[in-house]
Ligand binder design. Structure first.
Ligand SMILES: Cc1cc2nc3c(=O)[nH]c(=O)nc-3n(C[C@H](O)[C@H](O)[C@H](O)COP(=O)(O)O)c2cc1C
Ligand SMILES: O=C(O)C(=O)c1ccccc1
Length: 356
């Protein structure tokens, strides 16, 4: 309910071109729609009388403890939503105890984002998302910036060998950020000027060798984001990934892939608990988080809901969305007779509309 209202307020407040940038997906936006709809195909099968009065929804993730199993997924250009941009998002996430993944394409530099988070809550955890650069020294410079900022893990996005074809952006001719708004983490890096959308480098030449090289530059845990195939999840574990994020980039890359949720069970089975598996795409309510956990996720990421909240009400809006998601999840956990996240097990999800 809160989310629907915030989305509507954001839609009215934003420049329609910027609204479309966030709302849109690739191609015919089939995957965008499928991500949310996938949750409608599942129902929870509660257990009863399990004595779950004292619930603990906290989650241990690489380099971070979250108050609940919801993390803020990395999204670009928060200053298109609100003048405080990623600073406001960081303060809100920290205050609500949610792990924030700040992006290479942030419009506030990672050092300032992490400082804002720690100001709001001293123990706040911030992860840094990056696209590996074909020039290793550029990747390394980004890693150093994240380390110096005090980030506790890196998230490497691997579903973007080429830029997604965002249909609405192509139609709207959205290629440049407005004046005063730039990808601040890319400043002064070779081959990466910070002004235009496509200045975030992506490369189809990258391979697991580049991932290995990245691991060699840092002692931080590194998660791999954008895995759909269970064989890639296995490779990620073998190459030393600290976690896997099952994601189709919110339907913004290939428009002919499954809903993220539909890829989760096979990935979770392949990984077999060796590292945490996270899921993002279409998570909109506490019940969605519970379904993702029952299907094998350690935590769920939210992208667009945070941006709508930021556009509508700034820091307070982001706090509201994160608080409501956590509260709704805790309520669902209670209704399922669970005291901890691990109490949501595979046998507790069934097809919606009948168990056969
Ligand atoms: C406006 C926007 C910008 C995004 N930018 C990035 C990015 O820079 N890096 C990245 O790994 N994912 C990016 N994503 C994908 C999100 O991390 C996440 O996978 C997706 O938004 C989850 O789906 P949801 O929006 O349905 O919650 C972006 C998504 C949106 C909507
Ligand atoms: O919009 C996106 O989905 C995205 O990932 C991105 C990243 C960097 C620059 C522009 C877009």
């Amino acid at each position: 309910m809160t989310l629907r209202a915030l989305h509507e307020t954001a839609r009215r407040a934003l420049d329609p071109v910027h609204y479309d940038y966030v709302a849109g997906g690739a191609g015919e936006e089939r995957v965008l729609a499928d991500n949310e709809r996938a949750f409608d195909r599942y129902a929870l099968l509660p257990r009863v009388l399990r004595g779950s009065a004292r619930r603990d929804t906290s989650v241990d993730l690489p380099g971070a403890r979250g108050a609940g199993p919801v993390v803020v997924a990395p999204t670009a250009f928060h200053r298109l939503m609100h003048p405080d941009g990623e600073r406001a998002t960081a303060r809100a996430a920290a205050a609500e105890g949610a792990v924030l993944v700040t992006g290479a394409a942030a419009t506030v530099a990672v050092g300032e984002v992490a400082a804002a988070a720690r100001e709001a809550a001293p123990g706040a955890a911030v992860w840094f998302q990056l696209y590996p650069h074909p020039r290793h020294e550029v990747t390394e410079a980004l890693v150093r910036r994240a380390e110096e900022a005090g980030c506790t893990a890196l998230v490497v996005t691997v579903d973007s060998p080429v830029f997604g074809r965002h249909t609405r952006d192509l139609r709207n001719g959205f290629t440049d950020l407005p004046p005063g708004c730039a990808a601040e983490n890319m400043r002064d890096l070779p081959g990466a000027p910070p002004g235009a959308l496509t200045d975030i480098p992506m490369s189809p030449a990258l391979s697991w060798r580049d991932f290995d090289a990245l691991l060699g530059t840092t002692s931080l845990p590194v998660l791999v984001k954008g895995v759909l195939h269970p064989a890639d999840a296995l490779l990620a574990v073998e190459h030393g990934a600290a976690g896997i994020v099952v994601s189709n980039h919110g339907g913004r890359q290939c428009d002919t892939v499954p809903a993220a949720l539909d890829c989760l069970p096979a990935v979770a089975e392949a990984v077999a608990g060796r590292v945490p598996v996270l899921l993002d795409g279409g998570v909109r309510r506490g019940g969605d988080v519970a379904v993702a956990l029952a299907l094998g996720a350690a935590a769920a990421g939210v992208g667009r809901p945070v941006l709508w909240a930021l556009a509508a009400e700034g820091e307070a809006g982001v706090r509201r969305v994160l608080a409501e998601l956590r509260d709704d999840y805790d309520h669902t956990l209670a209704l399922c007779g669970g005291a901890r996240n691990a109490d949501l097990t595979r046998d507790m999800v069934v097809p919606r509309g009948g168990t056969r």
